[in-house]
Design a protein around this ligand. Structure first.
Ligand code: AHG
Ligand code: MN
Ligand code: MN
Length: 367
């Protein structure tokens, strides 16, 4: 299309090269890694787009029957395929010391035939995979960390502890969203930029420079079927939203739930909002639904870099010291003032119900 040919938008490659000029001593490894990740995402976007035509729908059939990942969740064919694409596109170039993924129990070692590099990547190859079979947006999420010094020096195998770095130490984070258009949203620690895949050129083009999240919102996202398991501060917050104009908030709220966190994150980046998958009492062995290292930390860095806020509900997500590769955590993110309000509710005394007549008398979500 002529629009494509005349476009003077930057490609992702151009954007990365121009960013790098600010760091004359940088080796270029980092840019090469991001471009490999982008290529993996283009590959996954095509697989997702072909869907049933490519025979990639449904559950993954392992040799021993169905397959279940380390989280105890059934793997979709596309979960496994996306994981393979990520590994294959990033393992060969000598930029990585190792990787870890939602779909792999243990850290993945760079095969012996390839050189090892200075970065670690942690990823959720396909987020929202319960939505694949119903043709709703899914995405890939990634977090890039520096390998510990002794890994860089010795080239030794990576172990779980190497990945257990607080989110504030991420070098970069991003996601690809496979929706009506394919987008790549990236932060390298200097704001957030969004790129749209141009299907004619096969290139990600900078379409959404310097994204910023409105501080206020009247839109929230939470899986309300868990209401009876929520802790009091979350109940209070949602009740106040539901009370709308007639309650203490004095304004009506709108609600969304896509069940693809990556798509919710994107909506919030585009127009504000707050997302909650809080810690709850549904299953006490799982302190939250989402995973710290490859869901909460990368999305958290993007939120903070766009002027939003990311929290456990109590403390900033990026300050959490991880204790396990697949650790779950309560996650609240989005428009700054709403996230801060939710954090404040967590700090206030637990018997807030008494101070809030809405909770007891008018709540839709009463126990
Ligand atoms: P994944 O597909 O990588 O396992 O992640 C799914 C997550 C997240 O994307 C979404 O917000 C949440 O699970 C959906 O949870 P519910 O099924 O409770 O709606
Ligand atoms: Mn996920
Ligand atoms: Mn996933």
């Amino acid at each position: 299309m002529s629009m494509t040919l005349r476009s003077n938008r930057s490609t992702l490659t151009q954007f990365l090269i121009e960013e790098r000029r600010r760091f004359p001593s940088a080796s270029g490894d980092f840019n090469a890694l991001i471009l490999d990740v982008a290529l993996a995402c283009k590959g996954i976007a095509r697989a997702v787009a072909y869907g049933e035509l490519a025979g990639v729908m449904g559950n993954h059939a392992a040799a021993d029957g169905g397959s279940v990942n380390v989280q105890g969740e059934t793997q979709k064919t596309l979960d496994v395929l996306s994981n393979d694409v990520f590994m294959q596109r990033t393992e060969w170039a000598g930029n990585l010391a190792g990787m870890a993924s939602e779909e792999m129990d243990l850290p993945y070692q760079i095969p012996a035939q390839y050189p090892r590099g200075n970065y670690l990547i942690v990823f959720d190859p396909l987020d929202g995979s319960s939505n694949i079979d119903v043709n709703v947006s899914v995405g890939s999420i990634f977090s890039i960390l520096r390998a510990p010094k002794d890994v860089m020096e010795s080239g030794r195998d990576v172990v779980e502890a190497d990945f257990l770095q607080p989110g504030a130490q991420q070098v970069a984070a991003g996601y690809a969203l496979y929706g009506p258009t394919t987008m790549l949203v990236l932060t390298v620690g200097d704001g957030v930029n969004g790129f749209t895949l141009d299907p004619n050129l096969g290139e990600f083009m900078l379409t959404h420079p310097k994204l910023s999240i409105p501080e206020d919102t009247h839109e929230f996202a939470i899986n309300a079927s868990n209401a009876r398991f929520w802790e009091a501060p979350v109940k209070r917050y949602v009740d106040e939203c539901l009370a709308g104009k007639t309650g203490t908030r004095g304004k009506d709220f709108n609600m969304r739930w896509i069940a693809s966190m990556v798509a919710e994150a994107h909506r919030i980046l585009m127009r504000g909002g707050v997302f909650m998958y809080p810690r709850d009492t549904k299953d006490t062995s799982k302190p939250g639904r989402l995973r710290l290292l490859y869901e909460a930390n990368p999305v958290g860095m993007i939120m903070e870099q766009a002027g939003g806020r990311a929290s456990t509900g109590e403390i900033p997500m990026l300050t959490v010291q991880p204790t396990g590769l697949h650790q779950r955590i309560g996650f609240v993110f989005g428009s700054k003032n709403e996230v801060e309000r939710i954090e404040r509710y967590h700090r206030e005394p637990v018997n807030v119900e008494l101070a809030n007549p809405l909770f007891a008398e008018r709540s839709l979500f009463r126990d």
